[in-house]
Design a protein around this ligand. Structure first.
Ligand code: C5P
Length: 400
């Protein structure tokens, strides 16, 4: 039997410290032993007894007076198959980059010969500061795996990059590094269309929709974490590209069609999560149309139909499992059934839109509409939903 792996989890002092508890639980769920080392500041955010309760092991934050081990940093470092520092503050990043060893955590990092991973978390200005970015680069150059912070609302009220990456994403990366990842999509090629398309009226105006790309990107992230080789064909979005995923950026439906046409033949699984504009202005004016001078032209914009990407590609499918989406305001399941047929898909993921539902949100309630029937999946966060959708796709492939 394979020996149980040990992760040394370093927790530093910032508001995201509470998320280390979830990281710890997810690692334990995956069969990993976790030992925790904290900075003094981290203990002000989450008490060591919380981690001791979860690990049933001594949690250390100081060289002195916390146990009978005279050289705790060396022994902690020796035990580790991997040292994960999450969350890692800008301060600890700086110390690691400089090789400072002024507390138990940074000393253990210096003494550690196992792979080191850091998941930074900081206020957007601290994170984007050239000093922090240079420290991150120094660590990368030294072989430290850096799990980039996400963008979003930060605890301090600012918005931007600096939020700790999702615990599941961090844990998946750790498991991959340890060679114990789930990997049930290893060797599979997955293409995913995501986000909106934009259809120009003139050089400064366009038609688009509210799609944020979060669903497609969550699916891409989950598939990559499960070992798949993933390409996203993406309309303009503000979401960060998941680690290890190739992104082909497009703007219009026609460009998305052409990029998808190139990716589709090699794909084992093709997921069409993009909200493609069905229509585009028939002609894009070469110059900005003027409100007064071109009022008639603006009022009479003619529309032309865009290619239906999924229907067009799925009509010639060979080995691909084809998955589409149906965002509906009414008769959700009935409409999804019609789409399953019309688009020659193997699965349609149906959801209700309107009144703030689905578009741009972090969670969703969906129905999985397949040839064998319909399954309801209650409201949950998009990363969790993504794994349920992938489970379903693998189940369909296993039956074919
Ligand atoms: O027909 P409808 O737009 O409602 O179908 C939605 C599904 O079709 C989604 O999977 C979407 O990504 C895909 N689609 C497409 N090309 C279009 C329109 C929709 O691939 N032009």
């Amino acid at each position: 039997m394979e020996q149980q792996k040990t992760v040394l989890l370093g927790v530093t002092g910032c508001i995201a410290a509470y998320k280390a508890c979830e990281i710890l639980r997810l690692l334990q769920k995956a069969g990993v032993r976790v030992r925790v080392v904290m900075t003094e500041a981290a203990t002000k955010f989450v008490g060591p007894s919380t981690f001791e309760g979860l690990t049933h092991e001594r949690v250390l934050s100081s060289f002195f007076g916390e146990g009978d081990d005279p050289i705790p940093h060396i022994n902690l470092a020796h035990e580790a198959d991997l040292f994960l520092i999450a969350p890692c503050t800008a301060n600890t990043l700086a110390k690691l980059a400089m090789g400072v060893a002024d507390n138990l955590l940074t000393s253990a990092a210096l003494a550690c010969t196992a792979p080191v991973m850091v998941a930074p978390a900081a206020n957007v200005n601290m994170y984007c500061h050239p000093a922090t970015q240079a420290n991150i680069q120094t660590l990368r150059d030294r072989g430290v795996k850096v799990i980039e912070a996400d963008s979003g609302y930060l605890a301090c009220g600012d918005e931007g990059k600096g939020r700790l990456a999702e615990p599941q994403e961090i844990v998946d990366e750790v498991l991959r590094q340890l060679g114990v990842a789930k990997g049930d999509m290893q060797g599979m090629k997955v293409m995913i269309t995501a986000g909106p398309t934009i259809e120009p009226i003139d050089p400064v105006r366009y038609i688009t929709n509210f799609s944020s790309g979060k669903t497609g990107y969550s699916l891409a992230n989950a598939a990559a974490r499960r070992g798949a080789d993933v390409t996203i064909v993406s309309g303009p979005v503000a979401v960060d590209a998941p680690v290890g995923v190739k992104v082909v950026r497009v703007q219009t439906a026609q460009q998305m069609f052409e990029a998808s046409e190139r990716e589709f033949p090699n794909a084992d699984i093709a997921i069409f999560a993009a909200a493609v504009a069905d229509m585009r202005p028939a002609d894009c004016a070469p110059n900005k149309l003027k409100k007064r001078l071109d009022a008639e032209a603006l009022k009479a914009i003619k529309l032309a139909e865009n290619p239906d990407i999924i229907a067009s590609l799925a009509s010639g499918k060979t080995k691909q499992t084809v998955v589409g989406f149906a965002a509906e305001t009414q008769d959700v399941i009935e409409n999804a059934r019609i789409k399953l047929e019309a688009k020659n898909a193997d699965l349609i993921i149906a959801n209700q839109v309107g009144n703030g539902r689905a578009f741009g949100t972090d969670g969703n309630e969906i129905w999985l509409v397949g040839k064998e029937g319909t399954e309801h999946v209650p409201f949950m966060m998009k990363p969790e939903l993504a794994n349920i959708v992938l489970d379903k796709i693998l189940q369909i492939r296993a039956c074919n």
